[in-house]
Design a protein around this ligand. Structure first.
Ligand code: AMP
Ligand code: ZN
Length: 460
């Protein structure tokens, strides 16, 4: 069995061959920390967590390095800081926003069962690497200084007579068409209308650092160069996998490739480019104006994180997902059942029937179908396979207790009613015992009698 992955650049699924099997390297674009993460943001987190776990299974935990950055310098952060903390100096307000949002992001993704990446670099801690890349690009003739900005020229890149990739190859666009179709109100300091910002001057009060390329004024980096710098620092000039949502292919990833390949004279930045499809909610695009904007934190108030995780993985990562209440309810039922039968079982090796579809470009819907198959045949393989996928982090008792707590059912009261019912049955008062059973059912509690006594569970 070999791992096969779909590469956005070459548009094909091909066998995964790590550049170094002792150090398999993956970079995924992380959040810009200015607001609560929504359920769409959870998709790359969960998808690439499954890939991280699978790579660790194949190559060993010590041989996989997963880097997911935190973008903590951005105009959206500055705007949010000024809006939410008008009394504070901007830099302090920005710290409040990024610290608070970063902590919330961690709480959310921990609850989704996502392992922390090996490294979580912050953009503000990698400014010198960004400056270094920018200096190389200017020296190589790919970037230029204009009015205290540094701009990258895709046209210079494509004119270079070398083994560089073609600008536009990743997103399958032609630079000539981009030039022809570009907006007319391009900033006057840009030489070409597709040139993009590597560095820009900071306004008074905004975060700022000494500028590269001989610019006297202080400034700050553009978004795209942040990822090129962090990936370089932690994974090198060329690594195995780069991931993110499909919306990042253009311009963000196209520009990352351009910066990294031109700075280091490389043909490729990553060997495999992987992109998750988009998520919509109840068949509509999620947006604040439509009022269907779902944040992870709010969902976690109603559902265990593993239910959200399973619900995400029921769809293949490259397909769009329609996130619905109905599907969530089904996922919750499935997990209740798996917890009941497998959480306390001795986990065996993950089953081949689960691994095979995972190795085929992370076919999680097929892997989940195989889990349903194991439910009737091999509980220990079911337990081992579920753990590989990041499920069963709790015991069956913890899971049930949490469900009771979330449902607002008073466990003591339930136990009291059950012993009253047991007493009624003992004295053959079946009217009374039926009355209590109905009462419990009305409270959302199902009971089951066996030789060992009466057990109960909360129905969702
Ligand atoms: P952002 O903070 O908007 O840069 O997004 C962080 C990550 O979430 C990126 O990988 C995006 O591609 C991804 N993402 C954002 N919205 C969605 C969505 N609706 N569905 C799937 N992925 C998304
Ligand atoms: Zn990025």
């Amino acid at each position: 069995m070999e791992l096969r992955l779909y590469d956005t650049l070459t548009k094909e699924k091909r066998p995964f061959q790590p550049l170094d099997a002792n150090n398999v390297r993956m970079y995924v674009c992380g959040p810009t920390v200015y607001d609560f993460a929504h359920i769409g943001n959870a998709r790359p987190v969960i998808v690439f967590d499954v890939l991280f776990r699978l790579l660790r299974h194949l190559y060993g935990e010590a041989h996989v390095k997963y880097v997911r950055n935190i973008t903590d310098v951005d105009d959206k952060i500055n705007d949010r800081a000024a809006r939410d903390f008008p009394g504070l100096p901007l830099n302090e307000a920005i710290r409040e926003v990024t610290e608070h949002t970063g902590k919330q992001f961690h709480a959310d993704v921990d609850a989704l069962g996502a392992l922390r990446p090996s490294v979580e670099p912050r953009a503000t801690e990698h400014i010198s690497e960004m400056r270094e890349i920018i200096e190389k690009l200017v020296a190589g003739g790919f970037a230029y200084v204009a009015e205290d900005h540094v701009l990258f020229s895709p046209q210079a890149m494509n004119a270079a007579n070398s083994t560089l990739p073609r600008y536009g190859a990743l997103s399958n666009r032609s630079l000539d068409e981009m030039v022809a179709g570009a907006r007319v109100d391009v900033a006057p300091y840009k030489k070409g209308n597709t040139d993009f910002v590597l560095w820009k001057p900071s306004k008074p009060g905004e975060p700022s650092w000494p500028s590269p390329a001989g610019i006297a004024a202080q400034g700050r980096p553009g978004w795209h160069v942040e990822c090129s710098a962090m990936a370089w620092k932690h994974l090198g000039e060329y690594f195995d996998i780069h991931g993110g949502g499909i919306d990042l292919v253009f311009p963000h990833h196209e520009n990352e490739v351009a910066q990294t390949c031109c700075a280091f004279h490389r043909e490729r930045m990553a060997n495999y480019w992987m992109h998750n499809g988009f998520l919509q909610v109840e068949s509509e695009k999620m947006s604040k104006s439509l009022g269907n904007f779902v944040i992870i934190r709010d969902l976690l108030a109603d559902w265990p994180g593993e239910v959200l995780r399973l619900n995400m993985l029921k769809t293949h990562y490259r397909s769009p997902i329609d996130w619905t209440m109905k599907s969530l309810e089904e996922s919750a039922k499935t997990l209740d059942d798996w917890y009941r039968v497998a959480a306390d079982a001795e986990p065996g090796q993950p089953a081949t029937s689960v691994l095979e579809p995972l190795l085929d470009d992370l076919n999680t819907p097929l892997a989940i179908a195989a889990l349903h198959g194991l439910r009737g045949s091999d509980i220990s393989a079911l337990a081992g396979s579920l753990r590989l996928l990041g499920f069963l982090s709790e015991s069956a008792a913890q899971w049930e207790a949490r469900k009771r707590q979330a449902s607002g059912v008073d466990a003591k009261e339930v136990e009291r009613l059950i012993s009253e019912r047991t007493a009624a049955r003992a004295r053959k008062d079946f009217n009374e015992s039926d009355r209590i059973r109905d009462l419990l059912a009305a409270m959302g509690v199902a009971i089951k009698d066996s030789k060992e006594g009466t057990t109960w569970e909360v129905l969702r």
